[in-house]
Design a protein around this ligand. Sequence first.
Ligand code: DC
Length: 224
Amino acid sequence: MEKTVSIAIDGPSGAGKSTLARRLAAQHGWLYVDTGAMYRTVGLQAVRAGADMDSEQAVAALLPGLSLGLRYVDGAQHMFLNGEDVSGLIRTEQISMAASRVSAHPTVRAYLLETQRAFAREHSVVMDGRDIGTVVLPNASVKIFLTAAAEERAQRRYAELTARGERVTYDAVLADVKRRDANDTGRAAAPLRAAADAVTVDTTGLALEDAFCLLSKTVQSRLA
Ligand code: DC
């Protein structure tokens, strides 16, 4: 079997991970795996069930009854929750926060870990998340820590949400970005941090095209 390539991309929310990772995968014909979407799907289920998201026991109790599917439709990753395509529903601010909260529980992380690793065993992947280089794929071919200033990440997220018709203010989005950063970096289980052997790519002040160029060149040079 041909050797697979795995590119781990971690970083805070709004740094452009998913857009850039998807494009990098398409450029090379690799599979793009968005692990945040898996946590979002668990978060959606917790919201629907009215579970106390800060209680590990309450969230863990949902997992046995959960059928979580990840399938590629026309090359795009779709998430299925008990057979329902929830790919659009998991993109709201409410579910962003729910995902951040349920992802703090080790039981939830353990539940998703093997599925994530299996993708990288079977395919060449670009996988993005918070703990890909540190926990999920410690032997990834290349590890990137993609980041940008909080104000700029909030600005991008604000533009994205308002374009989709969500009624939010910039200040509220910035507060959410900072709260999620604090949740994601401050938790005990697999906190967001750069792996010791990760290359940091800072996209502050860079247009999308320039950010992609920088990422693509960084990956190429590490693979060579
Ligand atoms: O990448 P995202 O914004 O869609 O992720 C949603 C939340 O899921 C994020 O706040 C933290 C969590 N997450 C995580 O803990 N580990 C990952 N590998 C991916 C996401």
